[in-house]
Unconditional design. Structure first.
Lengths: 388, 280, 305
């Protein structure tokens, strides 16, 4: 062993400087001017999508027509989508072009500066959309559109027809000890709205009018209901495939779900049925949003234009198990699968949509002059305490 | 030395533990032939369909290729830096030596989620965009430690008098390295490198935090577990990887047994210390 | 291996000799050259990242936009300690299961490692080695998922139990399931260091103990166990740390009360990019592991690594 002089070692060691950068995450709020026409495709398109939102059965034609080769990043949850958009300094990090964000993520992306405004005049199908999806609160802020609605679906109640008798008609089934240890609900803070929706009808004295605008006492009531529910649950499901496995394997017989899971289970002959209970339901509506640092904006616009046309909307709806925002898709849906237009509630009047409370990020502004509603941070913290 | 009943009991225990280790792998193999894409038991039917799908799926190929790529780069970096660090710690006494050898253990002692988070926020702060290199750096942190530990363990078992003897015979530093040190080290490097590659290949937690739009094989598997349309593909892939790695692992176990200059003299000591270090 | 006399005369050999002597005379130069690249890489990247993570635990995020607010605050730590004890409960659960898994793996691994090291023939030992190492190469995710289906209501375990007339195990989506899966996945990491430690025990020690009149059990307790202990502790570093930081197993096989520290950390990063809160919670495993490492060093585990 040789002795080394201390001084030389110190020099060697501290040649590397430890510095904690003081600069924060870049913001960038300039909106710039919107494009007036779609330019030539850049040859590539990177999507963050719910699985099958760019399914080859309808996407291949797009690739042929435009030459924009699609690279898909499948996400299993809204939180994952937000996290992906925020990597690399935000705005999609220069890696992603489009994200199919649901209503519980879209406002977070807008206010986080991760998405840019979209010129809806470049999307001809937009004019035909069901009116509630043209400029919904979850993707249009102060008249500025931050994306194009694409599809929507309800959060339904699923149950195993062989094990759950009689057939449930109310969300109360998920809060009752009758099915203790066999229930599952999604692991998502937005679930608090589902509890609030149930309380809206079962405890009118609380005065809840909008399940996303809850003041402290309403919020606490919903949270305490969920804490009681926790003891009845088998588990919280994190990914759609998770829930499918749990139900298929008999660990869970009743729960909250999306039509995607119900269809997958029925296709494998698992005896399940889904309903929208009498209290109504929360719902999700997805928007294709354009990343602020999108490297291929022209291909992105071409995609948004393509995927909102009636034939493609119909195909995507049947493949995924959701409902188009373009009512012109109805005949095409019936052509692929007879009666599907009615099954997916596409031909309903506007009153139907008013029964569905679409996801939106909770903000302090209650909308009735009061500003004491709980914000998303509080929802998230409360949810961590419920599930922890 | 031990009584017969003790031997029998130990043998029985060994068999049970090995069965415990391998039964789930056998079940994975069974599910690779599952005709349904929902994992129920018993499986409804047998099919080779998923093998065909996996073979043709471009995502399987690209994620497999990316994992191999990342593994090779991370292993290369760690072989170089890990060996250098092991030499420095072994040969020289200096101020702070204990602390540095303690620090060098951190990447494997601290949970992967911390490494992942730390690197993630570091990249975000410094504006480094995510790419294959951010993944490689993340993997290199623990791969370096694996190689470092292996080489250090081997160096500790090597008689230092060999180096001095070589110098006495007139060899300079380079020749000593080439003719004396290298043969002793080479199998430690092979074993360390193989283990580092294995850890990088299967790493998922750090990778989820340090990857951008890149999909390594574990990320591909995780995505499939989440969406489940083609679940049996992941079983096919896992099954294929096990089959493919039987040979390299067997070779590495064999290789690390024949070596020369060791203090204890037992060839099996090499086999042990060369595969000692592991982490995720 | 003799020095090639012909080559010694060439100019390159001369330069090599001079360089080599320079290193011999100034050993610190060699040390510095050897040490600086790995250390620089390490310090610049890894330690800087850890420090910046720790620093960010004293910051906060804007509730809505997710942007970092660079203002010193202890709110994160306050929330951790209060919040109805939720995070304390989660931390306790994580550490508790990590400890249980460590003990389980030590118990499972020791007899096997002892057999491999002292009783098995060369061929059997090599075979056992391969059998223990190969599972590490199969995907960790797929193995966990296989356990999810094995333990599920209609899974292989209940199917086998029913076949021999036993009732269902009802292990799916419980903390017991997590304990089983963790013990399974980290077992090879415990077997290998314990094997290495047992193997290093010279035969002469065991014989001497016998000569002194100790029987099998006494020899085991007084000779084998203390000498093998560093190996067990070394293995436990891995099983403990790997369980402490995991979040995937709770997601796949956990039940309604199975959140780990890793899950909270991952949720808060994903939900709102709330890195400060996650960083604050992440200091718990760091402190636990740092303490564990210090104890392990005292017990000699670092030599057994």
């Amino acid at each position: 062993m040789r002795r080394i002089r201390r001084g030389h070692v110190l020099i060697a060691l501290f040649t590397a400087a430890l510095c904690v950068p003081a600069a924060g995450v870049g913001s960038g709020t300039a909106t710039g001017s919107l494009p007036t026409k779609i330019g030539k495709g850049e040859g590539s398109l990177n999507l963050i999508e719910w699985p099958a939102y760019a399914d080859k059965s309808f996407a291949n034609k797009f690739v042929q027509q435009t030459g924009c080769k699609i690279h898909r990043k499948d996400a299993g949850s809204s939180n994952q989508m937000v996290a992906l958009m925020r990597t690399g300094g935000g705005g999609g990090g220069g890696q992603y072009d489009l994200v199919s964000a649901s209503g519980d993520a879209s406002l977070r992306l807008i206010l986080g500066g991760d998405v840019q405004p979209v010129n809806i005049n470049l999307i001809p199908s937009w004019k035909k959309f069901v009116s509630v999806f043209k400029s919904p609160a979850h993707n249009t802020v102060k008249g500025v559109h931050y994306g194009v609605s694409v599809q929507w679906g309800p959060n339904t109640l699923i149950y195993n027809t062989k094990r759950v008798k009689p057939a449930p008609t109310s969300w109360a089934a998920l809060y009752s000890s009758k099915y203790k240890g066999k229930i599952t609900v999604p692991n998502n803070p937005i679930q608090i709205a589902d509890a609030a929706l149930y309380l809206m009808k079962s405890k009118p004295s609380l005065g809840i009018t909008d399940p996303y605008e809850l003041n402290k006492s309403q919020f606490d009531a919903a949270v305490s209901l969920l804490k009681q529910q926790k003891k009845l649950l088998k588990r919280y499901w994190n990914y759609a495939a998770d829930e499918i496995t749990s139900i298929a394997n008999g660990d869970v017989t009743i729960g909250a779900t999306w039509p995607y899971q119900t269809l997958a289970l029925q296709a494998k002959h698992v005896p399940v049925k889904e309903i929208i209970p009498r209290e109504g339901a929360t719902g999700w509506a997805d928007t294709w949003m354009l990343a602020k640092k999108a490297p291929h904006p022209n291909c992105a616009y071409l995609w948004m234009k393509y995927v909102t046309t009636p034939q493609v909307e119909a195909k995507q709806a049947i493949v995924f198990g959701e409902t188009p925002v373009n009512p012109k898709a109805c005949p095409f849906m019936n052509k692929i699968q007879a009666g599907s237009c009615a099954k997916y509630h596409l031909n309903q009047p506007l009153s139907y949509y008013n029964r569905i409370h679409f996801w939106k990020t909770p903000v302090p502004d209650c909308g009735n002059g009061k500003k004491d509603c709980m914000d998303y941070n509080a929802w998230q913290k409360a949810w961590a305490q419920i599930t922890g | 030395m031990e009584r017969k009943t003790t031997r029998a009991a130990l043998l029985g225990w060994t068999v049970l533990v090995v069965l415990f280790l391998w039964t789930p792998l056998a079940i994975i193999a069974v599910y690779a032939f599952n005709s349904s894409n929902i994992q129920v038991w018993p499986i409804p039917g047998w099919t080779l369909h998923w093998f065909r799908v996996a073979w043709r799926d471009p995502d399987v190929r690209s994620s497999l290729w990316l994992s191999v790529n990342v593994g090779l780069r991370a292993t290369g970096i760690s072989l170089l830096l890990g060996t250098m660090a092991a030499f420095a710690i072994h040969r020289f006494r200096f101020f702070g030596r204990e602390s540095i050898s303690f620090l060098l253990l951190l990447p494997i002692a601290l949970p992967g989620i911390i490494t992942g988070m730390a690197l993630n926020s570091f990249y975000v702060f410094t504006g480094i965009s995510f790419s294959i290199w951010t993944i490689v750096i993340g993997h290199a942190t623990f791969c370096i430690v694996v190689v470092y530990n292996n080489v250090l363990a081997r160096l500790r078992r090597t008689q230092t008098s060999l180096v001095e003897a070589s110098m006495d015979l007139g060899a300079d530093g380079w020749q000593t390295f080439r003719f004396v040190v290298w043969p002793v080290l080479s199998t430690a490097l092979v074993a360390g490198g193989l283990l580092a590659f294995a850890l990088s290949f299967d790493e998922v937690i750090v990778t989820t935090f340090t990857a951008g739009a890149q999909t390594t094989l574990p990320i591909f598997i995780l995505d499939n577990l989440k969406q489940g349309q083609q679940l049996p593909i992941v079983n096919v892939v896992a099954f294929a990887v096990i089959l493919l790695t039987i040979v390299p692992v067997a070779i590495s176990v064999r290789l690390t047994r024949d070596t020369g200059v060791l203090r204890r003299g037992a060839a099996t000591v090499t086999a042990a210390e060369s595969v000692e270090i592991t982490t995720v | 291996m003799a020095v090639d006399a012909r080559r010694a005369g060439s100019p390159l050999a001369g330069a090599r000799h001079r360089l080599s002597s320079a290193f011999w005379r100034r050993p610190w130069l060699k040390a510095a050259l050897l040490l600086t690249p790995p250390l620089a890489a390490f310090v610049l990247v890894y330690l800087a990242a850890l420090v910046s993570l720790f620093v960010s635990s004293f910051w906060s995020v804007d509730a809505f936009t997710g942007k970092l607010i660079h203002q010193w605050t202890l709110q994160n730590f306050h929330d951790l300690l209060h919040s109805n004890g939720t995070y304390l409960r989660i931390a306790g659960r994580t550490i508790g299961i990590a400890a249980a898994v460590t003990i389980t793996d030590a118990v499972l691994a020791f007899p096997l490692a002892y057999f491999m090291a002292r009783l098995a023939g060369r061929r059997v030992r090599a075979l056992l080695f391969v059998l223990v190492l190969l599972p590490l190469w199969s995907s960790y995710l797929v193995r966990i998922y296989a356990w999810q289906t094995i333990l599920s209501h209609n899974g292989a375990l209940n199917w086998s139990l029913n076949k021999i007339g036993l009732p269902d195990a009802n292990l799916a989506y419980t903390n017991w399931a997590m304990w089983i899966v963790f013990s399974y996945v980290w077992l090879p990491f415990m077997i290998i260091p314990v094997f290495a430690a047992v193997e290093r025990i010279p035969d002469s020690f065991i014989e001497a103990s016998g000569d002194l009149g100790a029987r099998g059990r006494r020899t085991f307790r007084s000779v084998v166990l203390p000498l093998a202990l560093p190996g067990v502790v070394a293995g436990s570093i891995f099983t403990f740390s790997l369980t402490l930081g995991d979040f995937i197993t709770p997601l796949l096989v956990g039940g309604n009360s199975s959140s780990f520290i890793g899950n909270v950390v991952e949720d808060f990063i994903g939900i709102n990019g709330n890195i400060p809160f996650s960083a604050a919670f992440a200091t718990v495993p760091v402190i636990v592991m740092a303490a564990y490492l210090l104890i392990a060093r005292k017990l000699g585990a670092f030599e057994a690594l």
